[in-house]
Design a protein around this ligand. Structure first.
Ligand SMILES: Nc1nc2c(ncn2[C@@H]2O[C@H](COP(=O)(O)OP(=O)(O)OP(=O)(O)O)[C@@H](O)[C@H]2O)c(=O)[nH]1
Length: 602
C-alpha cells in the first residue's frame, strides 16, 4: 500500500565536508529504529571506500525513516560541480532540506553553493546548528551568519549534536512540521523521475525513483520516456537502510525498482518512467543527457596489464554510465584507452579506483576537451568536420580551416575580499565578464570561459585563492572558434605524445614554460644532458635542460660493497617498473601526472 501523500516528507541534507552530515544521517536512522547500535558502528550513508576517504558522496543514497506516523525519505546528494546534474535531480525529488552547519566553524563556501541550488528548487530549509557539544561552539553567532549570508530565517533552527545525540528528535519533529508534503495525483497515469541508478551484483541495475503521479507496481510494464525502452518491474522497495520489498510506490514516494536491466547506461538520470500501456502525456521537465566533457588516455605502466585494464574499465563502466572509453594506441605508451569524464574530479576518482581497487599502475595523458575542426578540403571519406578528442590525432595545421572549442558560462559566488584574485584568475583564463553583482558582502560574478581553461585546475585554484570560500557552477554554452594550436613536448628531441595538448596561442608560452620547468624537476638526471622543449609546429617556445650526472656521483654509487650494490640494483629494478623509456630517457610515471597539474603557473 502506498503511503498517504500528507504523511510523506522528502528531504536532503546540505552540509560542508566535516560538519557532520553522515553522523547526523546515522543518528536519524538510529533514532527512527532503522538499525541496531552494532549495525550503526560503520557509517552507512557514505558506503564507498573512496567516498569515505575523500569525504565526498559520489552516488546518492536514500533511506526511508518512520517517525510518528510519517514516512521521511532522506536523500543523500553528491557535492561536487562535476556531478551537478545528478545533484539537481536529487534536489528536484525533495521538498526540503536540512542545512547542517558546524557551530564552531560557521557557514562555509560549499554549503552556500548547495543552499542556493536548494532555494532554486523552492525547498523549505531547516537550519541545524550541529556540534553544540564543542567548547568552541557559538550557535548564536552561526545563526546570525546564516541570516546574513544566506538570508534564511533561523527562528526554527535546531541546535544539535549529532555525536552526543542532542536535538535529534527535534530535527525529526521539525521535518514533519515544516517541510511540505509532496503533491501528486494517484489516479493520473504513472509519472516518476529516475533519480539515480547503480549496479548491484545481486540485483542487477537498481533504479532510485521519485513517483510524481500514479502508482509504480511490481509486475508493471514501464516505459522510459526519453530512452524509449520498456521493461518489466520485478522488484519495488525502499532502503531502511536495509532493503525492504514493497508491492508499490505511490505519488510523492521515493524508493527503488529493478527491472532486469543489465547496464546502468540504459538508465539515464532524469528520465521519466511511465506506464507502457497508459503513458503520461508529458515527461518530467529538466531531462538532460550527460555527456563526458573531459577526455584523456589511460595506459598501463606494464604493457602486460592491458587486458586487466580492459576488464577493470568495463566493470567500472557497468556502474557509471557517464564515463566512456575506447581503445587507443600511442607510439610511446602502447595500448590503452581514451576515456571520457564529467570533469577532473570524476577523472581522478576513476583513476584512483583503477589504481586502488584493481591494483593497476597507470599513466594518464593530458586531459583535453572535444574540439571541432573544420578541414580546408574534404578528407578521403568526404568529411570536412571532425570532433577531436585526442591532441595526438590533430590533422596537419595546413589542412585545418578553423578550430572551435567548447565554452561555458560560469557563476561564481565569492566574498568581497577575495574578489580581486578571482577576477584575475578568470581574466587569465580568457574569461569574458558578463555580470557582477553584490549581495551583503558577497559577489556573484558571471563569466564566459573556454572549457579548456577550466578543466585543468580552475576549481582548485578558485578554492585556494579564496581559502575555500568561492563556489562555482557552470553550464556549457556551445562552441566558438579560437586561435588554438597543438603544443608538443619534446624530451631529448623526441616528442612525448602523452604530454601534447591543445592550447590557445595566447597562453601557450606560459603553459609551455610551466610544463618544461616542472618536467625538469621530475625527470631524474641521466648520464647525458637532456633538453626538454615545448614546441608549436617546428617552433620551440620554451626550453630547459637537465644537466648530466657528474662522474664522481656515479662512481660513488657503483663503487660500494656487494650488498650495497645489490640493494641498489633491486631498488633500480623496482624503480624501473614505474618508468617509461623515451628513446634513451627514463621518465618516472609520477612525472606525467605531476607535469599535467598546471599548479601555480600564475
Ligand atoms: N563534537 C562533535 N563532533 C561531531 C558532531 N557531529 C559530527 N562530528 C564529528 O565531525 C567529523 C565529521 O563528521 P561526518 O559526519 O563524517 O561529517 P560529514 O559532513 O558527513 O563529512 P563528509 O562525509 O566528509 O562529507 C567526525 O569526526 C564526527 O565524529 C557533533 O555533534 N559534535
Amino acid at each position: 500500500m502506498a503511503t498517504e501523500l500528507s504523511k510523506i516528507r522528502n528531504f536532503s541534507i546540505i552540509a560542508h565536508i566535516d560538519h557532520g552530515k553522515s553522523t547526523l544521517a546515522d543518528r536519524l536512522i538510529q533514532r527512527t529504529g532503522g538499525l541496531s547500535d552494532r549495525e550503526m558502528s560503520a557509517q552507512v550513508l557514505d558506503n564507498m571506500e573512496i567516498e569515505k576517504e575523500r569525504g565526498i558522496t559520489i552516488k546518492a543514497q536514500t533511506v526511508r525513516l518512520e517517525w510518528k506516523g510519517h514516512v521521511l525519505n532522506l536523500m543523500d546528494t553528491p557535492g561536487h560541480v562535476d556531478f551537478a546534474y545528478e545533484v539537481s535531480r536529487s534536489l528536484a525529488a525533495c521538498e526540503g532540506a536540512l542545512l547542517v552547519v558546524d557551530a564552531a566553524q560557521g557557514v562555509e563556501a560549499q554549503t552556500l553553493a548547495n543552499v542556493y541550488q536548494s532555494i532554486e528548487h523552492d525547498h523549505e530549509i531547516i537550519p541545524v546548528i550541529n556540534k553544540i557539544d564543542l567548547p568552541a561552539a557559538e550557535p548564536e553567532r552561526v545563526k546570525a551568519e546564516i541570516e546574513d549570508l544566506i538570508g534564511l530565517d533561523t527562528s526554527h533552527a535546531v541546535l544539535a549534536s549529532a555525536k552526543a545525540g542532542i536535538g535529534i528528535e527535534e530535527i525529526l519533529d521539525t521535518v514533519v512540521e515544516r517541510i511540505p508534503a509532496p503533491k501528486g495525483d494517484a489516479d493520473a497515469p504513472l509519472k516518476a523521475m529516475l533519480v539515480d541508478s547503480w549496479y548491484d551484483p545481486y540485483l542487477g541495475v537498481v533504479i532510485l525513483v521519485r513517483v510524481i503521479d500514479g502508482t509504480l507496481k511490481k509486475g508493471q510494464q514501464i516505459k522510459f520516456m526519453n530512452a524509449g525502452t520498456t521493461h518489466l518491474v520485478d522488484r519495488v522497495g525502499c532502503f531502511r537502510p536495509k532493503i525492504e520489498q514493497l508491492t508499490d510506490l505511490g505519488p510523492g514516494e521515493i524508493g527503488f525498482i529493478t527491472a532486469q536491466i543489465k547496464e546502468v547506461a540504459q538508465t539515464a538520470v532524469g528520465d521519466t518512467i511511465t506506464d507502457a500501456k497508459r503513458p503520461a502525456a508529458e515527461a518530467v521537465p529538466g531531462f538532460k543527457e550527460v555527456q563526458p566533457v573531459v577526455f584523456c588516455g589511460l595506459f598501463p605502466v606494464d604493457a602486460n596489464d592491458f587486458e586487466k585494464l580492459r576488464e577493470s574499465i568495463s566493470k567500472l563502466r557497468l556502474n557509471d554510465a557517464s564515463f566512456s572509453f575506447e581503445m587507443e594506441t600511442s607510439a610511446a605508451l602502447g595500448f590503452g584507452f581514451r576515456c571520457g569524464f564529467l570533469g577532473l574530479l570524476h577523472l581522478e576518482i576513476i583513476q584512483e579506483r583503477l589504481t586502488r581497487e584493481y591494483d593497476l599502475d597507470l599513466i594518464t595523458t593530458a586531459p583535453s576537451v572535444v574540439y571541432e575542426i573544420e578541414l580546408t578540403h574534404p578528407d578521403p571519406a568526404g568529411v570536412t568536420k571532425i570532433d577531436l578528442h585526442n591532441p595526438a590525432d590533430m590533422p596537419d595545421p595546413n589542412k585545418i580551416a578553423s578550430i572551435s572549442e567548447p565554452w561555458i558560462e560560469a557563476t561564481i559566488y565569492v566574498p568581497d575580499e577575495y574578489l580581486g584574485s578571482i577576477l584575475k584568475l578568470c581574466q587569465d583564463r580568457r574569461g569574458i565578464q558578463k555580470n557582477l553583482t553584490y549581495v551583503s558582502g558577497r559577489a556573484q560574478a558571471t563569466y564566459e570561459l573556454p572549457l579548456n581553461e577550466v578543466v585543468f585546475d580552475f576549481y582548485d585554484r578558485l578554492k585556494s585563492l579564496s581559502k575555500g570560500y568561492a563556489s562555482f557552477d557552470y553550464e556549457q554554452i556551445g562552441y566558438r572558434e579560437g586561435d588554438l594550436v597543438k603544443m608538443s613536448i619534446l624530451v631529448n628531441e623526441e616528442p612525448v605524445d602523452a604530454l601534447s595538448m591543445i592550447v590557445h596561442r595566447g597562453t601557450a608560452e606560459v603553459r609551455g614554460r610551466g610544463m618544461v620547468e616542472r618536467l625538469k624537476e621530475l625527470i631524474p638526471r641521466h648520464m647525458f644532458k637532456i633538453p626538454i622543449q615545448a614546441a608549436i609546429g617546428g617552433k620551440v617556445i620554451a626550453r630547459e635542460t637537465i644537466s648530466a650526472m657528474r662522474k664522481d656521483v656515479t662512481a660513488k654509487c657503483y663503487g660500494g660493497d656487494a650488498t650495497r650494490k645489490r640493494k641498489l640494483l633491486e631498488k633500480q629494478k623496482k624503480g624501473k617498473a614505474k618508468m617509461r623509456e623515451y628513446g634513451s630517457v627514463s621518465i618516472p610515471q609520477e612525472a606525467f601526472i605531476a607535469a599535467l597539474r598546471m599548479g601555480d603557473e600564475q
